[in-house]
Structure formats: C-alpha cells, structure tokens
Ligand binder design. Structure first.
Ligand code: NAG
Ligand code: NAG
Ligand code: NAG
Length: 453
C-alpha cells in the first residue's frame, strides 16, 4: 500500500519535472528566436527546391528557370528611337560635369568634402567632378601605405594636396576571360571598377566613388613613397622588373604584380571617402561560396515575400529604400556581371541611408555569359523604382554600351576600358533586364511593378 502510493507520487514528480523541462525549453526557443539578428533568415516553411519544381509563375515573382527560358527565346521590342532626345540631353549634362575647369587643387578638395550625403556620394549635379577626375589622374603620389580594408591587394595612396585614394593594380589584360568555376572567380578587374563609376552616373545611381585609371611607375610612384611594411613586399623578377605583393589576407609572393617596361603598371585610383563611417551589412542574396550548399534565396521562390515579412528594413513602404536600393544594385551588378556583392555598405548613423555601390572589381569576367541569378532581387520581388525603369528605358536606346564607351574614352588615360564583346554584352544584358521587368508586369501589373518612390 505504502509502496504503491509512493510509486504514484514518484510518477507525478517525474511528470511534473518533464513538464517544467518542456517549459524551460520552450522559453529557451522563444528567447533564442528573439535574439536572431536582422540578417539571419530562418523561415519556418520548408524551402521549395526550385530545380525540381515545375516551371511556374507566382503572384510574387518569377522563377529562375522560367525566366531563363523566356530570356532565351524572346527578343525585346522596345522602341529604340523614342527617347533619343532625352539621351542626348542627359549625355550633355554629364559631359558638362566631367569636363575639367582647371580649378585649384585646394578648391577641388574643398568642394568634394561636401559631396557625401546619406543617399549619394556625388550630388546630382556636380560641376567639380571633372576637376576631381583630373586631380586623381595627374597629382603626384606622396605616400603609399597598406590599407586596412578588404582582402585583396590594394595600396592606400596619398596625393599631393593630402587626398587619399585606393589604388588597385591591373591583373588581367582586356581580353582575359575568367574561366570560372564561379561567378566570383578571379582577382579584381581594375577596368571594371572604372566602368562601374561611369555606369553609376548613367544610371543616376550616384552611389559609387570616383574611379579613374592611370599609369603608375611602381618604383618611383609607389616604392619610393612606401611605408616600410609595404616596401618590404617589393622585389625584382628575373627580368629585373619591380614586383610587389602587398599586405592583405590573400597577399603572398606567388600572387605578385610586376611592372612592365620601365616598371610601369596600369592601375585604378578610387577616391577615398574621408571621414565617412560605413556600415557593412550582409546581403540577403549572399551566395554561400560553397560548392554543394545553396542559399535560401536560391531554393525558395517566395524568398522576397518572406524577407519583407521577416525584417521591416526590407518592407516596401513610402520612405523605405533598402529593398529598392538592392534591386537597383542587382541591375547594376547584372550589367557589369558582378556576382560578388555578399555585403553592402551604407553610411553609418542613418536609418534610411542608401545602399552604396562600392567594390565593383569582380566584374566583366565573361562577355559570353549572363549570370541571370544576379538579378534575383529583381525577378523574385518583381518591383523596381519607376525612375530606374524610365532611366533604363532611355539608356537602352543609347545603346548603353556606346554611351559608356563615349564617356570613358573621353576621360580615360588608359585607352578603351572594355573590348567590343563586353560592350555588346552590356547591351544584351540591358535587354534582358527590360524583358524581366515586362515579364513581371505580366504576372502582376505595371502599377504593382513600378514603384513611384
Ligand atoms: C539558352 O540557350 C543556350 C544557347 O542557345 C543554351 O545553351 C541554354 O541551354 C539555353 N538555356 C535555357 C534555360 O533554355
Ligand atoms: C622568369 O620566371 C618565369 C616565372 O617566374 C619563368 O616562366 C621564365 O622562364 C623565367 N625567365 C628566365 C629568363 O629565367
Ligand atoms: C620609373 O622609375 C624608375 C626609378 O625612378 C626609373 O628608373 C624608370 O625609368 C621610370 N620609368 C619610366 C618609364 O619613366
């Protein structure tokens, strides 16, 4: 009898303990759920593997396989002459900005110190732009040091007058093809960085710092002005040309850059943003950078809808710009074929700061390939700023590749920046962007696709 009631109460104690443990676990789950960072996406709905799913259209956006088929089979029939007059006036305005007026260095630097705002790195009309380009192209280098940013070979240079700039050396000639295996393979393409700058002006996305090309003498421009840690990475190769490999995460003697005849190299010089504090955020459309692991956005056609539900930063509302900025960025990246925007920067300290288009060197690797998944933010969300769409429509009649050539040839000290194949690729890709937007409008409606803010 005693034994039995003991067993019953023992059972009750166990049951109670189990219940308490369950509760603790539940509270733990809720608590850790609440601790998830803004940039962590764990959806409760199991992801759809798009490769195995049949071709389908959704109210929300387009499936990649469907889009690829449509882009393969169709040509775009936009009226290519309708906006030529607006193209001419836009180009004239840009050329006025890009023309050097011969201002004094101190005035150029003085005015550029006022350029940056939370939404733009270069104001929408900047008459001093031409003088800044000239300054970056011609000012003597007075110091060369190791920049504490990024993982690839770069040099922080100081120019006469005190302005800092990032220098990225040439790795490849214009015809070199980056043969994969991935969209982000290879070292930086210094010319891509410059084209990115001019493209950002054409697109009206003034969120790229000024980038120009110039010929550098590795010995007299860099080594002679180098800090000790940078100078220590210089050596002569067997043809007695100067080489260096710099100080960075992936820097090593086997990956060195060497001068040619007279120790000259081509390099890109990118205006350094003085006193601007940047915040780096993980892109929701980040790749996994692992062979057999796919990211959520690659497996879930509803990714964009869920992203907006999950995090209010990405919501589509008047006054909220983050999602529309990332869609702008995806168009920009698709045109230059940059599949490496794993993080994006904004100016720190503002809730509605713009997504900046920094670091555009992993571009123009293959003129014959279009990595359509770079456009995922566009075709998964199926929205775009109306102003961006209007601008793209106008640029298509340029055609865009020709406009880029026209601006860069005029300003470039290092000759044509792109081969004809790459110029044609830009035009082809813009056609695909326009076609994607049309397909979105078929699934939704033009009013739902084109966002007025
Ligand atoms: C698109 O066309 C190319 C060449 O014509 C072909 O190799 C590729 O498989 C096609 N892709 C799709 C999704 O149909
Ligand atoms: C110089 O070095 C390169 C590789 O570092 C090698 O391919 C080349 O044959 C060498 N040339 C001479 C003349 O030794
Ligand atoms: C580069 O600088 C070195 C050292 O001053 C000099 O010997 C060389 O001639 C320069 N190259 C050119 C092309 O001027």
């Amino acid at each position: 009898m005693l034994c039995r009631s003991f067993r019953v109460s023992f059972g009750l104690v166990i049951a109670l303990a189990v219940a308490i443990l369950c509760n603790i676990y539940l509270v733990f789950l809720l608590w850790t759920g609440g601790q998830q960072s803004d940039y962590h996406y764990e959806f409760t709905v199991p992801p759809i593997i798009s490769q195995e799913a049949p071709i389908k259209l959704k109210d929300s956006g387009l499936n990649l396989n469907y889009l690829k088929t449509m882009l393969n089979s169709s040509t775009n029939n936009v009226d290519k002459t309708s906006s030529s007059r607006s193209v001419i006036s836009m180009m004239n305005k840009l050329k006025r900005e890009l023309k050097s007026r011969g201002a004094k260095t101190v005035d150029t630097l003085g005015s550029s110190s006022e350029w940056v705002s939370p939404t733009m790195l270069i104001p929408s009309f900047t008459p001093e732009l031409g003088d800044m380009i000239k300054y970056l192209q011609t000012s003597p280098i007075t110091r060369a040091s190791v920049p504490r940013v990024g993982t690839q070979l770069k040099v922080m240079i100081t120019l006469e007058g005190g302005q800092k700039a990032l220098l990225k050396p040439q790795w490849y000639d214009r015809h070199h093809r980056i043969d994969g295996p991935d969209v982000y393979s290879g070292a930086d393409r210094h010319n891509g960085e410059i084209v990115g700058f001019y493209l950002s002006l054409l697109l009206g996305m003034r969120r790229t710092p000024v980038a120009i090309g110039r010929i550098i003498n590795l010995t007299s421009d860099i080594l002679a002005n180098a800090d000790r840690d940078l100078a220590a990475t210089f050596f002569k190769n067997n043809q007695s040309h100067s080489c260096f490999y710099g100080v960075c995460r992936y820097c090593k003697p086997e990956l060195s850059v060497c001068g040619g005849e007279g120790d000259l190299i081509e390099a890109t010089v990118i205006l350094w943003l003085n006193d601007v504090k940047l915040k780096s955020n993980r892109s929701p459309w980040q790749r996994t950078y692992k062979k057999n692991v796919r990211a959520l956005w690659e497996t879930d056609d509803d990714f964009c809808i869920k992203l907006q539900k999950q995090n209010k930063v990405f919501r589509l509302e008047a006054g909220k710009r983050r999602l529309l900025d990332l869609i702008d960025a995806s168009v920009f990246d698709f045109l230059i074929s940059n599949g490496d925007r794993h993080h994006y920067e904004i100016i720190d300290g503002y809730s509605e700061a713009a997504v900046l288009l920094l670091d555009n060197g992993k571009s123009f690797g293959r003129p014959d390939l279009d990595y359509v998944d770079i456009l995922a933010p566009l075709y998964q969300c199926c929205v775009i700023r109306k102003s961006t769409f209007k601008r793209l429509e106008m640029l298509e009649s340029g055609p865009l590749g020709t406009l880029i050539e026209e601006l860069t040839l005029k300003d470039s000290l290092i000759g044509p920046l792109l081969t004809e194949e790459h110029v044609q690729a830009i035009n082809r890709r813009l056609g695909k962007v326009m076609r994607t937007i049309q397909l979105c409008a078929q699934v939704k409606s033009w009013d739902d696709v084109l966002v007025p803010y």
